[in-house]
Write a new protein. Structure first.
Lengths: 848, 482
């Protein structure tokens, strides 16, 4: 029962009586509203299992293990409840305190729930069922003599979906007020702002946005079609910098319409004329478990959302550096050669990846003994250079009785069952395969144990994991996935949990690695499928993209959307997975990809080799520079990942997250912020030497390579011949490590450089986070011997010759130096030479 | 006890070493600088090499990057893209990227790149040098023998080519005289045939008259000829492509892929394989079967004309004799012409600067790897065979890399990509053999072939010089060659 209020509703809001065969089955529903700390309202609607006649044939699926236990303890038990009759309405409403400045209102008849903002004269912020589109199809059992029909069975391209409980979908409308656009609900390859799918001016054949995790072959670069992951969180944003969010925690197939202005005659005649975006949500099964987030800004919405589904995991340093992948690095010799070439060309990298063909016949946790006879030795050699290996482990298990994992899983009954109750048998990489029932915590725990060094023969502490194909992908299944009538733990139909399957698999793998390391080693597990909560278990990537310019372009709104919906650690395959990128595209992709939170080069087995040194001296140099910039900025990135870990804020952000009321940023999908200090503009067309870059805000911006200053609030033409524009915002400090190393591991003890860009009031601030991972032990206090070797001042007039360090009372030189070592521009920026102060001490430096 | 003794010996060695290196270097050498460059650093004020800046001696190797090009920090990691020189007494000197200085990993065998005390790098140059020298000596031995074999081959090739040319000349002369003979015989033959034709026409007229009386038609004959046409047609349509599958690849791009469009007839397992093949490009069994049959159709068709000669009319012995002479001479002429063409074709090839690859022309080389047999026929083609299944890896294109590798291109097509290709890299070895075949990129193969033809004299001299310089380093280091 809820803290605030509960009420019984008629099951459907249809104006006319329901048709006869249904009417006698109508049962009451339970609605509950709860209020949580930080302005979060939760609405739940489900069947009333205790008082139903006829009895409900089964419990509808509620997604377990997504909401964090801490969130539940944030529930407010305030009884600030009042009943009012608002405006000139005929029926009363119940008003509940939500947070300072916000109320939740439940209008009784017709039923509507909304959040109102006191500051704006009690205007609505976000509402549900304002258009009375609420519908809830209740579970049924087929009666004798009742005809077959779509309600009980559907045939689709040779597959048959049986529906033993009849149709069970739920739908309702949600409205966002004072909103210019809505975004969120990944994953799809398209713009950040969601275009209307229905309404005047929208073509008839446009389909609603679909959330249904699928392995889509060669997806298009501009398409609303739903891809590998599903995250039913929508965020609105408006002119005054106002944001609000709505989450429907439901793992069945979902379809969402964004309704354009004038979609409905009534929508124009609201008594308060307020800019509004209406949306229509429909799910195939499950219950209503919805969350309203009040904001007020986009950053607060993400914070509120991640307080429900969990803060992103803190990654290890190596995992935010550069990753080198290919399907497949063929054998140990190939691995050794690629590794040696990186050193030869002085290009750093941290992780070498092995795709499916490193295994013995695609039996995961095994090695092809001809190609990888000494996997431990191979990992050891890489580990000596501070490098790591990632191997792939997918959820389909080869049905082969001589494969122990399969035998054990089959004997224990751990596989998902088909509608007939037998182990589901589908086709994937190894051929005939079965799929573990990951919604079951017991099976997850058993799976996690498979990652121990003892069980995973040939694994070492420098080995981490990649979970692919976890939508799940089933080559001979409907839409290349699992049949909806397949059965999980306790009779849960696959249709009810489909979108969460990959999430539970990711969770089980990540927890397995955590256990392997005795709780001290932060796991690294990359997943392709995702769901709310995935951010707690590791990064995701945007799947099998293609080597063309449009895919490069669309990677930015895709990653930004993931960040907005709580998954800060994501990236696209650099170079494009399918096809062969030309050298220019590859270089541009590295230059942009160096700013992706997850930075990995990857390629399909049919493509030509494309390691960074294969395209001539000039391109090798440009790619090396791109990767070097990422390594220089690792301290900044690591600090941002820590911020994400504590607040949920994305690492890569849309400009409007930092400049919420600057309308010029609302439709800008080409540029983005890294944290709050750095703006990056990608280059997405061939042959470009210049870029036009819009810089928001009133302060100056500094080119991070040569230090040139540009005014904010304007669009500038910038040189982009050899790099993509990247600018530091005045008023910020960016920590760097300028020494090039072969991997991030060797950089740990290297000294820092601080780049201080002062603003118009000669001030700047910044943060630096460091820790002793992966060797963290709670016993001893962490301290660092690291020093600062260089402080660069941007926006500070040259002149001074000395600076005084206090309390050491030591003089150091001030001179003109380069902003970036090895760069094209000479010495032009004010540099404090060798202050050698410890980052862990308190100190002051006075410029004399 | 034994362990202790060993340990003592070892530490003693190190002491000697460090004594030597410190007495040698302390006076002049600057950390990380090559001996040739040491003079550059002798002045009090030093210029950055790119001219951007000047720095003083105190700033040299002070672990702060003053010159953007790294001139001032040859011995530290402070500047990106700098170079660190390790002397490696007893082995070969090496220039490292400065990113490897004091990074906790021993790169120079003398350990000089790690001096900040975080990690101890034992001096391994002596041992490593010994191994390297040993390997180098072995290599030189092979080269020496290889160079001799190569010289012999070049000599043999020269003679063989001369012989070929001689033969060609002779053949051309023969051709000339045969052509004359054939011409003569032809004229004679035509004369005889004219007479015969006349006789035949007369005979035919007589027969026509006779037939008109009998009223017989030639229906039977027609019937039999139409049945042969049917037969030959039935051989034809086997190479019709399977339209369904091709269409699918084109239609499904970026669409919600389900894998079952127009594949409803497939079994579930076939469907799985079929959808998997989109990612892998592997042919499903259906497709494989289509490829083979139409290649082997040729033989049947060629045989037909031979059986259709009619030997109805009578011939005089003389006519037959002329005809036979003519036929024999024509055959001989075409044989000679064929031989001329093949010799000319052969002599047109690029056999290398000294014609050293001449004997590669008529040879093929094979190696078996896993289930595949790789076959390389220089100047012709290369293939990969698995049982009866043959994949062409490419046709001969050319030598590359100044006769260092052979290139075969335009092999069988690859899904989603161009035709297969093979690059055969040549190595010096005493026998000509194909060793290693790899596929580093999909459908781009690389093979290694060892052959005395690649044992070049210049390379041998280079190796000898290298060994010589290692030996002199060794002497400086004060060690006897063991």
């Amino acid at each position: 029962m809820s803290s605030a209020t509960a009420t019984k509703l008629p099951s459907a809001n249809e104006p006319e009586p329901a048709p006869a065969p249904l009417a006698d089955q109508i049962r009451p529903l339970i609605l509950s509203l709860s209020v949580y700390h930080d302005g979060i309202l939760r609405l739940k609607i489900d069947e009333d299992y205790d008082h139903s006649d006829p009895p409900c044939p089964k419990t509808r699926f509620q997604v377990p293990d997504v909401i964090t236990p801490e969130f539940d303890s944030n529930k407010l038990w305030l009884q600030r409840l009042s009943t009012e009759t608002l405006n000139d309405e005929s029926s009363p409403s119940t008003v509940v305190y939500l947070s300072d400045g916000y109320d939740a209102v439940l209008r009784h008849d017709p039923f509507e729930i909304y959040v109102r903002d006191k500051q704006s004269g009690n205007q609505k912020l976000i509402s549900l069922n304002s258009h009375q589109l609420f519908d809830f199809e209740q579970l049924r059992v087929k009666k004798e003599g009742e005809e077959d029909g779509e309600n009980w069975e559907e045939r689709f391209r040779g597959h048959t979906d049986t529906r033993p409980y009849g149709p069970q979908s739920i739908s309702f409308d949600v409205s966002f007020y004072s909103a210019e656009f809505v975004s969120g609900i990944p994953e799809r390859a398209m713009s950040l702002a969601l275009k209307p799918t229905r309404g005047p001016g929208v073509e008839k054949d446009v389909e609603p946005y679909r959330l249904f995790n699928l392995d889509v072959f060669e997806y298009l670069s501009e398409s609303p079609f739903g891809l590998y992951g599903s995250l039913p969180l929508m965020i609105s944003h408006g002119k005054e910098g106002r944001s609000a969010g709505f989450l429907w925690l439901n793992a069945a197939e979902m379809q969402i319409d964004v309704l354009g202005d004038g979609w409905d005659a009534e929508s124009g005649i609201d008594w308060v004329k307020q800019k509004r975006i209406d949306t229509f949500w429909m799910s195939e099964a499950g219950i209503v478990d919805a969350f309203f987030f009040v904001g007020p800004g986009p950053k607060e919405v993400v914070r509120q959302y991640t307080s429900v589904t969990g803060r992103p995991a803190m990654p290890q340093l190596f995992s935010i550096a550069y990753h080198q992948c290919r399907w497949n690095y063929r054998d140990e010799e190939d691995v050794e050669n690629v590794d040696a070439k990186f050193d030869e060309h002085d290009i750093p990298y941290d992780v070498l990846w092995l795709d499916i063909d490193h295994t013995d016949g695609r039996r995961y946790f095994t090695w092809d003994s001809a190609l990888f006879p000494q996997p431990e030795e191979m990992q050891k050699k890489l580990a000596e250079k501070g490098r790591h290996v990632v191997t792939i482990v997918d959820p389909h298990i080869k049905r082969d009785d001589s494969f122990r994992l399969h035998k054990e899983a089959a004997e224990k009954g751990y596989y998902v069952k088909d509608a007939g109750g037998k182990d589901f048998d589908g086709w994937c990489w190894p051929g005939s395969s079965s799929y573990l029932d990951m919604v079951n915590p017991e099976i997850r725990s058993w799976w996690g144990d498979k990652f121990s060094y003892e069980n995973y023969v040939g694994s070492t502490p420098s080995l981490y994991i990649w979970n692919d194909m976890n939508e799940p992908s089933v080559f001979n299944g409907p839409e290349v996935s699992m049949p909806r009538d397949a059965l999980h733990l306790g009779g849960i139909e696959h249709r009810e949990l489909h979108n969460s399957y990959g999430y539970y698999f990711h969770m089980a793998t990540s927890n397995g690695l955590l256990k392997r390391g005795g709780g001290n080693d932060r796991p690294f597990v990359l997943s392709r499928a995702f769901f709310p909560g995935s951010q707690r278990y590791g990064p995701v990537w945007t799947g099998d993209n293609t080597a063309d310019w449009d895919h490069l372009r669309v990677s930015v709104p895709m990653i930004l959307t993931l960040g907005l919906t709580g998954i800060p650690f994501s990236g696209a395959d650099v170079g494009g997975y399918f096809g062969n990128p030309g050298p220019e595209l590859l270089v541009r992709w590295y230059q942009l990809g160096a700013f992706y939170p997850f930075f990995r080069g990857h390629a399909h087995q049919d493509t030509k080799r494309r390691e960074p040194w294969l395209f001539g001296e000039k391109n090798t140099r440009l790619i090396r520079e791109a990767i070097r910039v990422r390594y220089m900025l690792l301290p900044y990135f690591y600090t941002l990942f820590r911020e994400a870990n504590t607040t949920g804020l994305p690492v890569m952000r849309p400009l409007w997250m930092e400049f919420p009321s600057d309308e010029a940023t609302f439709s800008n999908d080409e540029a983005f912020m890294i944290g709050s200090s750095l703006l990056v503009q990608g280059i997405y067309t061939e042959g470009k030497k210049y870029a036009s870059v819009y810089l928001p805000g009133k302060e100056l911006w500094y080119d991070i390579r040569i230090g040139d200053a540009y005014k904010g609030g304007k669009t500038h033409k910038m040189d982009a011949a050899e790099s993509v524009p990247a600018l530091q915002r005045a008023g910020t400090i960016i920590p760097r490590k300028d020494r090039l190393r072969r991997s991030s591991t060797q950089m740990v003890k290297d000294p820092y450089t601080l780049v201080i860009a002062v603003n118009s009031s000669q001030a700047a601030e910044g943060e630096l986070y460091m820790d002793d991972a992966p060797f963290s032990s709670s016993k001893s206090q962490f301290s660092s011997k690291s020093i600062i070797e260089r402080i660069i001042l941007l926006g500070y007039a040259p002149g001074p010759k000395n600076a005084l360090i206090e309390p050491a009372n030591q003089k150091v030189e001030v001179e003109l130096g380069p902003l970036m070592l090895g760069g094209s521009r000479g010495s032009s920026v004010v540099t404090i030479r060798k202050p050698a102060v410890k980052v862990s001490d308190d100190w002051t430096i006075k410029i004399l | 006890m034994e362990v202790n003794v060993l340990f003592l010996l070892f530490s003693l060695l190190i002491t000697i070493f460090s004594l030597i290196s410190s007495t040698k270097s302390s006076s002049i050498s600057i950390l990380g600088v090559t001996p040739q460059d040491e003079n550059y650093y002798q002045t009090e004020t030093i210029k950055c090499r790119n001219g951007s800046k000047k720095f003083n001696r105190a700033q040299l190797n002070d672990d702060f990057c003053d010159c953007p090009d790294g001139t001032d920090e040859p011995g530290t990691s402070a500047c990106p893209h700098g170079k660190f020189y390790c002397v490696n007494v007893g082995h070969l000197p090496v220039s490292l990227h400065s990113s490897k200085v004091n990074d906790g990993i021993c790169d120079c065998c003398d350990g000089s790149d790690e001096y900040d005390g975080e990690v101890k790098c034992p001096n391994a140059c002596w041992e490593a040098g010994k191994v390297t020298r040993h390997k180098l000596k072995k290599k030189i031995d092979i080269y020496k023998e290889g160079v001799t074999i190569r010289k012999r081959e070049v000599e043999r090739a020269k003679q063989a080519i001369a012989k070929d040319k001689e033969e060609l000349l002779k053949l051309k002369n023969n051709e000339k005289s045969l052509k004359g003979l054939v011409k003569k015989l032809k004229a004679h033959k035509e004369q005889i045939e004219k007479v015969e034709e006349k006789e035949r026409l007369v005979k035919e007229k007589e027969e026509m008259m006779k037939m008109a009386v009998d009223g017989k038609s030639d229906d039977e004959q027609k019937e039999s000829s139409s049945s042969t046409t049917l037969d030959s047609e039935s051989n034809g349509p086997s190479d019709e492509p399977s339209v369904d599958q091709k269409d699918e690849y084109e239609n499904t791009e970026g669409m919600p892929t389900d894998g079952s469009e127009s594949t409803e007839g497939l079994l579930r397992e076939e469907l799985g394989r079929h959808v998997a093949s989109r990612w892998t490009g592997e042919k499903t069994e259906h497709q494989v079967e289509e490829v083979s049959p139409n290649k082997y159709n040729h033989g049947d068709n060629n045989e037909i004309p031979e059986s259709t000669g009619d030997k109805d009319h009578e011939n005089s012995d003389d006519a037959n004799h002329v005809r036979k002479d003519y036929e024999d001479s024509t055959t001989r002429l075409s044989d000679i012409q064929e031989r001329i063409a093949s010799l000319t074709e052969k002599l047109k090839q690029d056999f290398g600067m000294e014609k050293e690859f001449y004997f590669f022309y008529d040879q093929c080389f094979e190696t078996k790897q896993d289930k595949y047999v790789y076959k390389v026929c220089p100047y012709k083609d290369a293939s990969q065979e698995e049982g009866y299944r043959k994949t062409r890896l490419g046709q001969w294109e050319k030598f590359e890399n100044s006769y260092g590798s052979m290139l075969f291109s335009n092999g069988d097509g690859c899904w989603n990509g161009p035709g297969r290709s093979l690059k055969v890299k040549l190595r010096c070895g005493l026998k000509t053999e194909l060793t290693d075949v790899n596929e580093p990129s999909r459908c781009e193969y690389v093979a290694l072939m060892s052959t005395p033809i690649h044992c070049l004299e210049g390379k041998l001299e280079e190796l000898e010089r290298k060994l010589e310089s290692m030996r002199s380093e060794q002497l400086q280091g004060g060690h006897d060659e063991l």
